[in-house]
Design a protein around this ligand. Structure first.
Ligand SMILES: [Ca+2]
Ligand SMILES: [Ca+2]
Ligand SMILES: [Ca+2]
Ligand SMILES: [Ca+2]
Length: 384
């Protein structure tokens, strides 16, 4: 059995807020649709278009139109789950949200993955073999990839058979072990690669166990001036392949195969504002984290404002018996779901309805259960 969850020691400070940049683009309506056209030609509308929106659906490719030759494809469309198109341009084709996969670790060390449906029913519990522990998890083929207790990146099939792909337990090489993981979607040159954060680097783990370092940065817990970043979790925007890297002390970075690493906010361990262990990308736009205000201890969901270079509180609540672990987002509604552990009582998946102030248990185990929830990943079905 493996153990090794939270390894760093945390100092405290204050938090600042800036206005939310939702990233929403107003449709441009300056180009009326060919109203004078009375003939029966089959030419596309607006062939002389100069506003860059060829199909006149209100979005240019720069605005996020991922098919500028089809009005049923744009960020303003709902997804149709049977037409083979990514109607809403979130990088997922024919997707329908179907619930979550939740990593559970019992007090006796047994690891499992609970599969929840859209209203929080336990559809399945997959018990992991080989003493594997799902500290962080993401989808991998029909099963999952996990950060296995901080010591390995492992894959789990639907029957629960757990196989290590790559070992990260040698602290001479990986001082802090392996933390958050995320599976790269196909189409960005890293098909099937499991991204793994080691605090000091981003590593890519292939199906054959080969580990390739994708980025590294300066981690210096003696010298804050030299220190850059301490990334403990990763998430991917499936529309662009951009990777978000979430720092334990409130920093944030992005990485792309072509552009490399950009640190948008330094992780300040000397006077952190926000403490966090996971993050997620919302389908259609935005990087989010679950975190704790380092001064007040209040918990919240935050969005990263790339222009301001800071986190913006989206929803917050104060209950110091709660300890949020990780966050996932329902790609249909945008609501937030957090694994959380209530001191001495029970673990929960907590649901926060975006923009409503509503927050309550979505799923919990109440009867004679001792254990914790950790990793959480959003589940989708594809095709109607
Ligand atoms: Ca368009
Ligand atoms: Ca379009
Ligand atoms: Ca889609
Ligand atoms: Ca579709």
């Amino acid at each position: 059995m493996r153990t090794a969850l939270l390894l760093l020691v945390l100092p405290l400070a204050t938090v600042g807020c800036t206005p939310l940049d939702t990233g929403f683009q107003k449709p441009d309506t300056d180009e009326p649709v060919d109203t004078a056209d009375t003939d029966t030609d089959t030419e596309p509308i607006d062939t002389a278009d100069t506003d860059g929106d060829l199909d006149d659906d209100g979005f240019t490719p720069e605005d996020g139109d991922c098919d500028d030759d089809n009005i049923r494809v744009s960020p303003a469309r709902e997804e149709d789950d049977s037409d083979g198109l990514d109607n809403d341009c979130d990088g997922r084709v024919d997707e329908e949200w179907s619930g979550f996969s939740v990593g559970r670790v019992d007090d006796n060390g047994a690891g499992s993955i609970i599969v929840l449906d859209t209203i929080g029913r336990d559809d399945d519990t997959v018990n992991l073999s080989n003493g594997c522990v799902p500290s962080w998890l993401d989808h991998y083929g029909e099963g999952w990839a996990i950060s296995n207790g901080g010591a390995a990146v492992s894959v789990v099939d639907v029957a629960g058979t757990c196989t290590d792909l790559a070992d990260f337990s040698d602290t001479e090489v990986y001082e802090y072990g392996v933390w958050g993981i995320a599976t790269m979607p196909d189409g960005f040159g890293l098909d099937g690669i499991v991204l793994a954060t080691t605090v000091t680097s981003l590593e890519g783990v292939a199906a054959d166990g080969t580990v390739t370092q994708l980025a590294s940065w300066v981690v210096d817990f003696e010298d804050i001036a030299a220190h850059e970043f301490a990334a403990v979790s990763a998430a991917v925007d499936p529309a662009t392949g951009q990777v978000g890297l979430f720092d334990y002390f409130g920093g944030f970075g992005t990485w792309t195969p072509d552009g490399g690493l950009v640190v948008h906010r330094k992780g300040d361990w000397e006077s952190p504002t926000l403490m966090t262990t996971s993050g997620a990308h919302r389908d259609g736009g935005g990087w989010y984290t679950q975190g704790t205000d380092a001064t007040t201890g209040a918990m919240g969901v935050y969005q990263f404002d790339l222009d301001a270079g800071d986190w913006v509180l989206i929803e917050g609540w104060a209950d110091d018996t709660w300890s949020p672990a990780q966050v996932a987002i329902d790609g249909d509604s945008g609501d937030f779901y957090l694994t959380a552990n209530v001191s001495g009582i029970f673990p929960s998946v907590y649901r926060i309805v975006d923009g409503s102030g509503y927050a309550a248990d979505f799923f919990r185990i109440e009867t004679d259960y001792a254990g914790y929830f950790y990793g959480i990943a959003t589940n989708y079905t594809h095709g109607g």
